[in-house]
Write a protein that binds this ligand. Structure first.
Ligand SMILES: [Zn+2]
Length: 258
């Protein structure tokens, strides 16, 4: 079985588990083909740069998360422009809105989101979107942005069927990622939204170290748990598990080139 974790935070994984990336990679079973490590605050950019140099199967995305929107400034922007140009940078983000936790003002989050969409577009790399409890503002930004030729990964989808349907109508390529939340007992709405996404638009992600899927609840999540999320996604989609995993593997290649 071939699979990729399309969204994980390996520095945070190491912090929580005490296991570094190399030891983890050597012992994990089942083993992924590759990882897409997401670096979404300035202090973590250096780690990501080192990991993509060290490991052939580790790729990265860089951006400023809405939780850190207040940190955005010219110097960070100049750094992002350099990082986005690296060959093993496959995405820009995560970017978007976080309205669940108190953080930067909605206005600041919006500015930082729009700015990165605008200056990131010419790089032709996938935008990784974190859109939490902000359906209306998210649709407003995305409908008004220039997304010509863009690819979007709506990360850790937990939203309504209506939002998913709307976002899939945007005039660009849109993929929807599901995490361990899909396997939680009380996540009927998320499974319903997942059933609305066409098979060729689905991605699997752990958001490691967070959101460990059933039957690993309470543990530190990592890419080896992707098949556990895939099993539930296959049920929701009504397709055999192997077919689901093959389809998602292909989608990850189409979305990220990985
Ligand atoms: Zn994340």
């Amino acid at each position: 079985m071939n699979f990729v974790d399309s969204h994980c935070h390996m520095d945070s994984y190491t912090e929580r588990s005490g296991v570094d990336l190399e030891s983890w990679w050597n012992s994990v079973d089942p083993k992924p083909d590759a990882l897409i490590h997401v670096a979404c605050e300035e202090p973590s950019f250096d780690y990501a740069k080192r990991m993509i140099q060290k490991f052939p199967n580790v790729y990265a995305t860089f951006g400023i998360h809405p939780l850190c929107a207040d940190s955005y400034n010219d110097q960070i922007e100049q750094e992002l422009l350099k990082l986005w140009a690296l060959p093993k940078t496959v995405g820009i983000g995560e970017l978007g809105f976080e309205y669940h936790y108190e953080c930067a003002s909605h206005e600041t989050q919006r500015k930082v989101f729009e700015r990165q969409l605008e200056i990131g577009l010419p790089f032709r790399k996938t935008f990784v979107l974190h859109l939490r409890d902000a359906d209306e503002d998210s649709l407003d930004v995305l409908k008004n942005a220039n997304l010509q030729g863009a690819t979007l990964h709506v990360h850790s989808c937990t939203t309504s069927t209506r939002f998913v349907d709307e976002v899939l109508k945007l005039p660009c390529r849109v993929y929807i990622g599901f995490t361990g939340i899909l396997t939680f007992k009380n996540a009927g709405d998320v499974r319903k939204a997942a059933s609305h996404v066409p098979l060729e638009r689905l991605l699997l992600e752990t958001d490691s170290p967070y959101l460990a899927p059933v039957p690993h609840r309470g543990k530190v999540s990592h890419a080896g748990m992707i098949p556990d999320i895939g099993k539930v996604l296959a049920e929701v989609q009504g397709v055999p598990f192997e077919d689901l995993m093959d389809a998602v593997r292909k989608n990850t290649r189409d979305c990220y080139g990985v």
